[in-house]
Design a protein around this ligand. Sequence first.
Ligand SMILES: N[C@H]1[C@H](O)[C@@H](Sc2ccccc2)[C@@H]2OC[C@H]1O2
Length: 331
Amino acid sequence: DTGSAAAIPVNPNYDIAYVTPVSIGTPPQTLHLDFDTGSSDLWVFSSHLPASQIRGQTIYVPANSSTAKLLADHTWSITYGDGSASRGNVYVDNFTVGGLTVENQAVQCALQVSTSFTRESNIDGLVGLGFSTLNTVVPKSQLTFFDNAKPHMDEPVFTADLKWKSEGTYDFGFIDEKKYTGKITYVPVNTSPGYWTFTSSGYAVGSGNFSATSIVGIADTGTSLVYLPPSILTAYYRQVEGATSSRTYGGYVFPCNSKLPSFTFGIGEARITIPSSYISYAPVTAGSSTCFGGLQSSSSLGINIWGDVALKAAFVVFHGGNPPTIGWAKK
Ligand SMILES: N[C@H]1[C@H](O)[C@@H](Sc2ccccc2)[C@@H]2OC[C@H]1O2
């Protein structure tokens, strides 16, 4: 089996997150979910939520699906890196992404979501594509859509072709040669943390020399920005006129009309360059002439994160073989 579905920016001006249409149940209910390689719960806004927590999202109504079955006495509760959270109960149902169907997929229904989810009216839930060891369902943890689909896939892979301010694609079960140029460089993945954790071989700021240094980090489609060690941030932002690390805005900001260098990171011998336009991320508040950077410090996170700002500069292969690997190509 294979599948292919759109990755649509939730906001026309800034790539905060991307959503992908999925079908759940019988007859099919279409929701737009945030595919997240940084977590492993598949959860949806549901008919179990209080109306006060819903603001335009589409809800999944298990009662309207003839194939939905409650997983009795199972619950889940998750808190994300940005402090957002949700919790609820669990059904299994048919789950289809871009023509690829998994029967009896655990669909975690929200009974409670935090305000940052309520505020994001274009996200109807998440599809965790991290390793199933991170799934929060108790007493029995559940498998991700990828783990359930893998045995039926032509190849045990999914790929991310995210794009700057435009619609990209998630493909499942195949690698589309038309979506990238040159070769795909694969590097090992450490699955123990439960994320797609890999080691980058170094970085360069603009046209500067490449600094060979191992950077352990995760590829996280659910995180908007790139979070790296402070030393790398200093090296980057000292090239940006008027850049400062702002306590007010919680990160590096600069005048929106400042000239920004590109940022290159290494994957083995290969190099991926993030264009400067991706790094001038967004005005700190609507209409402001101060902009927030797409590269920020990971010092408060305890983990380096290659989020959408980096991922959309590449074609990324999440290879679920034994052992899993991650592949990066220019496009
Ligand atoms: N893996 C990421 C996850 O997808 C999001 S959850 C989320 C929260 C609000 C709005 C949209 C998504 C959160 O930020 C970083 C990390 O946790």
